[in-house]
Design a protein around this ligand. Structure first.
Ligand code: AP5
Length: 213
């Protein structure tokens, strides 16, 4: 079963994807994580994308489609969770073509609906364990012990360079201009299932589970 988690920055895509990986053995394909890995590795591509990401703009379709293609053809599991991909109509068309080439299809597109006010709070309060990637929030999901990851015990907590109000404004604008048309695109294909992303994390999990069966 291959699914897309679609929603604006901070909607909770990564949080829900991690849960689906743990409970269903699915494979999370987050283009944001792939691009952050590339920038940390210091490759030419990484250097090129770093400034774009920090400003909150979208990286080119060519780069992200290439990253997804590579992972789709090499990884195997109980289906893929596309997290933060596709983000443009060209990416959506490319994903459809890639899946068809592999004899696969898309099961569902889960649209995570959250209002803009909530997104600012979520993004500015987010921090992540630099060792295992567990995602936290200063208010809604703090660690049990300050500075120590509940999941792996690591103490290397990180905040993203693009998690600030200025960058978020650009990310939101990019979302409304380039990504939100995908809501209509997948609705027309009959694949779209909305969930209330404003509910608490466990309730969102339950709504997604009800859709996926
Ligand atoms: P990416 O890494 O994909 O970032 P994003 O889409 O902006 O999404 P986020 O990771 O910020 O949010 P999320 O929805 O995963 O929320 P999370 O679960 O962490 O992309 C970063 C950049 O890379 C882009 O700006 C672009 O430059 C580039 N890029 C990536 N993909 C690209 C593509 N396909 N094409 C072109 N460029 C691309 O939750 C957020 C916070 O809220 C956390 O603190 C969490 O604990 C909390 N939270 C989550 N759910 C809830 C809840 N239900 N209630 C309360 N708090 C909650």
């Amino acid at each position: 079963m291959n699914i897309i988690l679609l929603g604006p920055p901070g909607a909770g895509k990564g949080t829900q994807a991690r849960h689906l990986v743990e409970t269903r053995g699915m494979i999370q394909l987050s283009t944001g994580d792939m691009l952050r890995e590339a920038r940390n590795s210091g490759t030419e591509m990484g250097k090129k994308v770093a400034a774009i990401m920090d400003a909150g703009k979208l990286v080119t379709d060519e780069i992200v489609i290439g990253l997804i293609e590579e992972r789709l053809t090499t990884e195997k599991g109980a289906g893929f969770i596309f997290d933060g991909f596709p983000r443009t109509l060209a990416q959506a068309d490319a994903l459809g073509a890639l899946l068809a080439k592999l004899g696969q299809s898309l099961h569902t597109v889960i649209e995570m609906r959250v209002d803009d006010e909530a997104l600012v709070k979520r993004i500015t309060g987010r921090f992540t364990c630099g060792d295992c990637g567990e995602v936290y929030h200063d208010e809604t999901k703090p660690t049990a012990e300050p500075g120590k990851c509940d999941n792996c015990g690591g103490t290397n907590m990180v905040r993203r360079a693009d998690d600030n109000e200025d960058s978020l404004r650009t990310r939101l604008m990019e979302y409304y201009k380039k990504t939100s048309p995908l809501i209509g695109y997948y609705y027309a294909k009959g694949d779209l299932r909305p969930v209330n992303g404003l509910a608490d994390i466990k309730e969102v999990r339950a709504s997604i589970a009800a859709i996926l069966g």
